[in-house]
Design a protein around this ligand. Structure first.
Ligand SMILES: Nc1ncnc2c1ncn2[C@@H]1O[C@H](COP(=O)(O)OP(=O)(O)OP(=O)(O)O)[C@@H](O)[C@H]1O
Ligand SMILES: [Mg+2]
Length: 408
């Protein structure tokens, strides 16, 4: 069956529109969605309808039309732009092609030329349908209560994978993930949102900050102000794009149910729900599960993981699971010195100290989730060079202060 081709037309007058319409009506596969000679209106229609093709008639003011093509090319890269003019001078054709038009038609339009152009548009459309876009797996590491270790676990989970992974800092006002990975991020998610209409592999690569061969970070904006204009729909679009280029997209969202966090959680395939074993965190987790139910998330989308687990915690785990109505699938041991040491040095623990208990448990959780996990780097099995450093630090008042704050 011939694939229908949706078309929107920008004409430069009634005669010219009639001619284009006449030519299009002879082609059964064409579905004319809209047309007119008001550039602003037609521009909006094209952005809204995202047709397979747009025919743009170049009138006496060719500069104006060429700029129109440039803008459209940036905004709707998937629409095939076809310029058309009575004047078919090579200069004009070249200018329109450089601006982003894929084809050129002479007015009055000949049936044969139109057929050739539509055949080429059709070929591109078929390829788009035949090669469905890659859809990487999206995992949100979430806690409805701050300070439970979500950023720490998200970073380590992302670093434990063996495939191309991007870690996304969705704490738009105060993201701190560059510190966890020892990076200085030049660009942020605000830059990606701004350029979201033309994100391709090379643009994405230039906006993320690489940490290792397979792990990159998409940082939160440095200036909280730049986050003000980011809307949930923007985040949705950026995350969709990231999925097309990465095997895993690991998210570190805020601890509230704001609209940006909801956009991220909705889109995620799985939510690793982090809690610590204290009454406020357990309550907060139960509320989060209730909200997930109301949002219609299937329970199998959620995996509950306890962080800072210790046998000394005087709580009956079975009671906790009964209260939550869900089993706990992971227990990341409590080891403040090891955790904070890796954060301070900006190296994920699964890389710096892969055989530590925390790293082993995070790897086990990743494996249980069937994420492809990198084998342990044998050379890292020794105690890391900074272990000695921490011992020395622990004698200092500074460090004692931190430890005691941790106990509060
Ligand atoms: N398993 C653990 N054992 C001991 N300390 C831990 C563990 N996991 C995380 N921590 C410590 O908890 C603190 C908070 O961790 P993190 O910043 O990851 O939490 P968060 O939930 O992301 O907090 P925020 O509310 O700032 O987003 C850090 O100092 C970290 O070292
Ligand atoms: Mg955090």
């Amino acid at each position: 069956m011939t694939q229908p081709i949706s078309v929107v037309v920008l004409s430069t007058g009634l005669d010219n529109f009639k001619d284009i319409r006449r030519a299009l009506s002879a082609e059964q596969r064409v579905k004319l969605l809209a047309g007119g000679n008001d550039t602003d209106q037609v521009y909006e229609e094209i952005v809204r309808l995202k047709p397979a093709a747009a025919i743009i008639a170049l009138g006496p003011n060719a500069d104006h039309a060429v700029r129109f093509i440039e803008r459209l090319n940036a905004e709707c890269p998937e629409t095939a732009l076809i310029s058309a003019a009575q004047d078919s001078s090579p200069d004009l054709i070249l200018r329109s092609l450089r601006a982003g038009a894929r084809e050129f038609l002479r007015i009055p339009i000949s049936a044969e030329e139109l057929r050739t152009v539509l055949d080429r548009v059709s070929e591109v459309l078929t390829k788009q349908v035949e090669s469905p876009k890659k859809k990487g797996r999206m995992v949100a590491v979430f806690s409805s209560k701050g300070g439970c270790g979500t950023s720490f676990i998200a970073t380590n989970l992302a670093a434990a994978t063996a495939s191309k992974t991007v870690l996304v800092d969705l704490n738009l006002q105060a993201g701190d993930l560059p510190l966890f990975l020892g990076l200085d991020a030049k660009y942020s998610i605000a830059d990606m949102v701004e350029k979201r209409q033309r994100l391709d592999e090379s643009l994405i690569n230039s906006l993320v900050t690489p940490h290792s061969t397979h792990l990159s970070l998409l940082a939160a904006p440095r200036e909280a102000d730049s986050a003000d204009e980011i809307e949930p729909q923007h985040i949705f679009e950026v995350l969709q794009k990231l999925r097309e280029h990465y095997d895993y997209v690991v998210l570190d969202p805020q601890h509230t149910f704001d609209s940006i966090t909801l956009a991220a959680l909705d889109q995620s395939d799985e939510i690793v729900l982090i809690l610590t074993l204290d009454i406020p965190a357990i309550r907060s987790t139960q509320r989060a599960l209730e909200i997930f139910d109301r949002l219609g998330y299937p329970r199998k989308k959620v995996r509950i993981v306890v962080n800072r687990w210790s046998k000394q915690i005087d709580l009956d785990l079975r009671q906790v699971e009964k209260f939550l109505g869900e089993p706990v699938v992971g227990f990341v041991p409590s080891d403040y010195q090891t955790a904070v040491g890796s954060i301070n040095l900006g190296t994920p623990l699964v890389q710096a100290e892969p055989t530590s208990k925390i790293a082993m448990e995070i790897r086990r959780i990743a494996q249980q989730m069937s994420l492809g996990v990198a084998p342990i780097d044998e050379s890292k099995q020794r105690r890391p060079f900074w272990a000695g450093l921490l011992k020395k630090q622990s004698a200092q008042p500074n460090f004692n202060l931190q430890t005691s704050m941790e106990k509060v």
